[in-house]
Design a protein around this ligand. Structure first.
Ligand code: MN
Length: 497
């Protein structure tokens, strides 16, 4: 692992916009402040703790975040793990950066305990807490580095962090539309979360790779030739191997029949505009026969997270099958960097071979662009929160699991949300350590404990306060069954009289 000798290591990674003097000064200042705050601290690997925050900041720079977010990334552990105080940060860096650091610190307090049915609640909780998408980005960049240094922590923690990353963090990256980060998080976590399956995928890929690489190279040269002949200018053509974790997921979906997976390796064609994309799709279908039902027009009909591209899968003619993805540079930016791509993102430069990274973006009118983006991301987060949190509240089990419930829910709803068996035997409830009626309303951040008794049972009165469908369904079933039973017993009683 390289040592973070100076802040330039971070600044040089910001290559999709030109940092201003003020940007550089801010990053330098945060760098020095953080270095002092973490002085003498070590990571589990034995390296200086400071390396971790620098790596986090580098990830943020790589994902095109602005200087404020990068500075906050450098500072993200200074309160919780370092020697800085809240007021020191506020004073030195102002309210905006303090808000980001505080947000990341708060998110660090919740842990996922591997219970699948709480995962969605926890994801929602994350978004609710991260009232600003920059907080989420810092947390994701932080997590990515923690995963990359996971070999140094104990196996139990390895597994917990890896699973948490796959269940909580990667889906968040996906929701933000940052496909590249989602893939990086999953692939870093995969070997620790599912070691056996990871080994299987490695073997599988090694077998497949050479053949599909030859197939794809042949298709690529034919297509390049044809595009030149038709005077269609290609910005970039390259192929990528599918991320290992998503390949494994797909193999599971297709019942481990690898012949059904056509996109282990895909050819990606980046073209200047939408018209060229459609023309190229036409050319591809003239050159090769497409596989039926595999033609997707995500340009006319984008995916929900904003992804746009044309996809088609073709028979190469010699027994091979290759997926081709066709898109513009803007669409590519959004596919890889999602909302982050809006920061300063403009357009690829021409087909410059020295420029192979992910393409360069030209920075246009920094301030106008940034203010537009901040508004857009604010709107984006609001929309994201709207569909997540239409009148939802978050409460906790005594162990710290997050349960999300509708506004006005009561301990009965809580009991059923944890388990129907608990719901069916609620006898009392404690909220924040105090006994309360099981029909009382719960509030945000309440810690709820349910006391059960084997002879406690639902009554129709419970329906007056239960809000969730799950609770109401169980209560009704119980009450109906028992009134039927009572009727039956009564009838038997009458007939024997
Ligand atoms: Mn950290």
């Amino acid at each position: 692992m390289e040592s973070p000798s100076n802040p330039n290591a971070i600044i040089t990674l910001i290559d999709n916009y030109a940092p201003s003097e003020a940007d550089i000064a801010l990053i330098n200042k945060a760098y020095d402040f953080s270095e002092k705050a973490h002085e003498g601290q070590k990571r589990a690997s034995g390296e200086p703790y400071f390396n971790h925050v620098v790596a986090t900041a580098k990830n943020l720079a790589r994902y095109g975040m602005d200087a404020t977010t990068i500075a906050a990334g450098l500072l993200h552990d200074t309160i919780e793990d370092g020697k800085a105080t809240e007021s020191e940060i506020k004073e030195a860096f102002g309210d905006d950066i303090f808000f980001l650091v505080e947000g990341v610190t708060k998110l660090g307090k919740v842990k996922y305990r591997g219970r699948e049915r709480h995962a969605e609640s926890l994801r929602k909780f994350f978004v609710a807490m991260a009232s600003d998408f920059r907080v989420l980005m810092i947390k994701l960049a932080d997590r990515l580095h923690n995963l990359q240094t996971l070999e140094f922590v104990n196996p139990e923690k390895q597994r917990r962090i890896a699973l948490e990353s796959i269940e909580i963090y990667a889906p968040l990256a996906h929701r933000l539309g940052i496909g590249k980060l989602k893939g990086e998080l999953e692939d870093a976590a995969f070997p620790y979360a599912y070691p056996k399956e990871y080994a299987e995928i490695e073997t599988f890929l090694n077998e497949k790779k050479t053949v599909s690489e030859q197939n794809i190279s042949a298709v690529q040269s034919s297509l390049e030739r044809e595009l030149t002949r038709q005077h269609i200018h290609t910005i970039k053509m390259s192929h990528r191997i599918k991320h290992k974790y998503s390949l494994w997921k797909k193999l599971q979906r297709y019942k481990h029949d690898p012949d059904k997976i056509y996109d282990i390796m895909a050819l990606r064609v980046i073209l200047p505009n939408i018209e060229d994309c459609y023309r190229t799709l036409g050319l591809v279908h003239m050159l090769w026969k497409p596989v039926p039902d595999r033609i997707k027009d995500y340009i006319a009909l984008p995916k929900l997270n904003g992804y746009q591209s044309l996809h088609t899968t073709i028979f190469t003619g010699d027994g091979g099958i290759v997926e081709i993805q066709i898109r513009t540079p803007e669409m590519h930016g959004i596919a890889e960097y999602g909302i982050a791509s809006h920061f300063a993102y403009k357009e690829f430069e021409s087909n410059d071979k020295t420029n192979q990274k992910t393409g360069k973006y030209a920075w246009v009118d920094e301030f106008r662009e940034l203010s537009r983006i901040v508004n857009e991301s604010g709107q984006f987060m609001q929309n994201l929160r709207m569909d997540f949190f239409k009148d939802r509240i978050f409460v906790f089990t005594p162990k710290g699991d997050v349960i999300d419930l509708p506004d006005g829910a009561c301990p009965i709803d809580f009991g059923y949300a944890v388990h129907s068996d608990i719901g069916n035997h609620i006898s009392a409830a404690k909220v924040n350590g105090k006994m309360v009626p099981i029909t009382s309303s719960l509030h945000v951040n309440d810690i709820v404990e349910i006391v059960t008794k084997s002879d406690a049972h639902p009554t129709s009165k419970w329906l007056d306060c239960a809000k969730t469908t799950v609770a109401r369904k169980h209560i009704r079933t119980y009450v109906d069954d028992h009134s039927l039973l009572n009727k039956y017993i009564w009838n038997r009683f009458k007939s024997t009289k």
